[in-house]
Design a binder for this molecule. Structure first.
Ligand code: UDP
Length: 250
């Protein structure tokens, strides 16, 4: 039962954010159970850039801290959590979490909505996932390029389709704030912010080869294949500095 699983969750305080220490298998089981019991969930897949953003922006920190579950998506968060707690720390890449929950949704006849990415991408992602996961029911898709004034209207559209799970791929910050503000329109669904995952599902962006994934260098592969991400990389030294300061001075 969900409440038993929830009791088992250990967390680590990473710069003021309670990050789950649990691994991918546990997290998948937890969210499958949440879907079985139609208990809504907001999952944040945390990377170092987001942790730094939250440390600098109180509003975003409140959003992240109010999520039901924060998982360590980036290897940087895993290392930071280990340094801070000295305990084992699971890694839960958002794309793998999403893939496993799609597999489960296909088997358990759960309804899925894809929200985000450039126009056309969510539809391509849906078509590919339906081929990959036999029986998958994608009940709706919507691109992620709309203004904040349109947020409520778009989420009302999502809610009308009554999905059990909504993958929101609109980039860090934007997707978490959107989910936090409007998930009450569909409180029984599992909402996950998944960054660039729909681009990968659609085949528009390649995921890093296994080698880079295994050694925790997926971020490096993404940087080399998309050098515009260099701006975001400045958050990494800031994250490391903050982790050490947090460890020694609180
Ligand atoms: N995106 C979107 N709406 C926006 C800005 C971005 O839907 O207003 C999409 C973008 O097309 C891409 C995803 O959000 O598919 C962001 O991918 P990224 O890898 O940068 O994710 P992050 O690492 O920021 O979570």
């Amino acid at each position: 039962m969900l409440k038993d699983l929830k009791r088992d969750i250990r967390t680590c305080d990473v710069l003021g954010i309670p990050v789950s220490c649990m691994d991918l298998d546990f997290t998948v089981r937890l969210l499958e159970t949440a879907m079985e019991e139609t208990t809504g969930y907001h999952v944040v897949t945390l990377n170092p850039e987001m942790a730094v953003m939250a440390a600098k922006d109180d509003g975003f920190m409140t959003v992240v801290r109010s999520a039901d579950l924060v998982v360590a998506d980036g290897i940087g968060v895993v290392i930071g959590a280990k340094l801070l707690s000295g305990k084992p720390q699971g890694r839960v890449p958002g794309i793998e979490l999403a893939s496993q929950l799609l597999e489960y949704s296909a088997l358990a006849q759960k309804r899925v909505f894809f929200l985000g990415a450039k126009p056309g991408v969510a539809e391509e992602a849906a078509a590919n996932c339906i081929l990959k996961y036999e029986g998958l029911e994608v009940v709706g898709t919507h691109h992620g390029y709309f203004s904040e004034e349109q947020d409520q209207e778009v989420i009302e559209e999502v809610a009308k389709c009554s999905p059990d799970i909504v993958l929101v791929a609109m980039g860090m910050g934007r997707q978490e704030k959107l989910i936090s503000s409007y998930r009450n329109l569909l409180p029984s669904a599992v909402w996950i912010g998944v960054g660039g995952t729909l681009d990968v599902f659609a085949g528009r962006v390649n995921r890093a080869p296994q080698f880079f994934q295994k050694v925790g260098m997926e971020w490096f592969y993404r940087l080399v294949t998309d050098p515009s991400r260099i701006k975001r990389m400045w958050a990494i030294p800031s994250f490391i500095f903050r982790v050490f300061r947090y460890k020694f001075f609180g």
